[in-house]
Design a protein around this ligand. Structure first.
Ligand code: IPM
Ligand code: MG
Length: 368
């Protein structure tokens, strides 16, 4: 028997557990066709981990992740933890695991599905055909630079954060962006604020130098403010967008809105040896536990895991095709406008599981 892929499942808070359960359901449906492939191990992260272990990222969770081929994460956070000390906030769990696993590149695709173009915040004609991959640097920049803190000076307090980029940090993420562009439409837009920031000037210099080793990829630079505008004005002109931790955080939310539903978008965070997959959306505490959340982003994150970490391209593509097919048929969860009665979280998961299984079977040659 082939060896099983160990998958760490960190469901987290709010709707995290519900949507992750549907992703696991779909992976189990894949096993109906591929044979046993996965071994799931569950760990705590975020607010639920703070409540049970007084740490947003307990040592046991780190051990489970270190031992796994990939990590599937739900969401972290909720109002009951908002007043905790900074080191006990659920978000710390996420920031720490990125560091611990060395996840320096974050991929956030924003693709407008044709049958949902009318859900965009923009006019359908403007967004139709949009297919952007944001490549966000995830371990550096102002999120992690020192000095940082709130200090007292001359009788008043000051808040300090520091943006630092080292050459090798820019190089490794830029290489990934160029390589990914080669699998797409051969275009990289690097986004910085080189007219003001030294860290951005170095960023631009390094990206330009690396770009020479990828002569088949067209490289363009944009200032972040201009990029924010172009994303609205000409979203279809972008292919890969390469940017820093902070700018990527902001631009990826903006790009998600182009597609209309943040509930549909997956993400992948990759390092040299580990990878973590999670929906772009948050923990949505207002609808948690009500079987109303959209599990498609979590399910699509599992598809990315199959593609990037487990090299199960057929299964990944079967899941993605299943999602598109179901949406095309008009099936909708509560947050998406539609004519039919909305489907529950579990029903949506069932449909994707069944459809993906069927599609995967049809891809495999028939056994005699
Ligand atoms: C994201 C989130 C996180 C970030 C928060 C929750 C720490 O906004 O993944 O985009 O800023 O990276
Ligand atoms: Mg964000």
């Amino acid at each position: 028997m082939q060896s099983l892929h160990r998958i760490a499942v960190l469901a987290g808070d709010g709707i995290g557990p519900e949507v992750t359960a549907e992703a696991v359901k779909v992976l189990k449906a894949i096993e109906e066709v591929s044979g046993p492939a996965f071994r799931f191990q569950y760990g705590l992260i975020g607010g639920c981990a703070v409540d049970q272990t007084a740490s947003p990222l307990p040592a046991e969770t780190i051990a489970i992740c270190n031992n796994a081929s990939a990590v599937l994460l739900g969401a972290v956070g909720g109002p009951q933890w908002d007043n905790k000390r900074p080191e006990l906030r659920p978000e710390q769990g996420l920031l720490q695991i990125r560091q611990r696993l060395g996840l320096y590149v974050n991929l956030r695709p924003a693709k407008v599905i044709d049958s949902l173009a009318n859900m965009s915040a923009l006019k359908p004609d403007r967004v139709r055909g949009t297919d952007i991959l944001i490549v966000r640097e995830l371990m550096g920049g102002i999120y992690f630079g020192n000095p940082r803190g709130i200090f007292a000076k001359n009788g008043e307090r000051l808040g300090v954060n520091t943006e630092i980029y080292r050459e090798h940090e820019v190089e490794r993420v830029a290489h990934r962006a160029f390589q990914l562009a080669r699998l797409r439409r051969n275009k990289v837009t690097s986004v910085d604020k080189a007219n003001v920031l030294e860290s951005s000037r170095l960023w631009r210099e390094v990206v330009t130098r690396l770009g020479r080793s990828y002569p088949d990829v067209e490289l363009k630079h944009l200032y972040v403010d201009n990029c924010a505008m172009q994303l609205i004005d000409k979203p279809t002109s972008f292919d890969v967008v390469l940017t820093t931790n902070m700018f990527g955080d902001i631009l990826s939310d903006e790009a998600a809105m182009l597609t209309g539903s943040i509930g549909l978008l997956p993400s992948a965070s990759l390092g040299e040896h580990s990878a973590l997959y999670e929906p772009i959306h948050g923990s949505a505490p207002d609808i948690a536990g009500r079987n109303r959340a959209n599990p498609l982003a979590a399910i699509a994150s599992a598809a990315l895991m199959l593609r990037y970490s487990l090299h199960m391209e057929d299964a990944a593509s079967a899941i993605e095709q299943a999602i598109e097919r179901i949406l095309k048929r008009g099936v909708r969860t509560a947050e998406l406008p539609g004519k039919a009665r909305p489907s529950s979280t579990t029903r949506m998961g069932d449909l994707v599981a069944q459809t993906a299984e069927k599609i995967l079977k049809s891809m495999r040659p028939k056994k005699k």
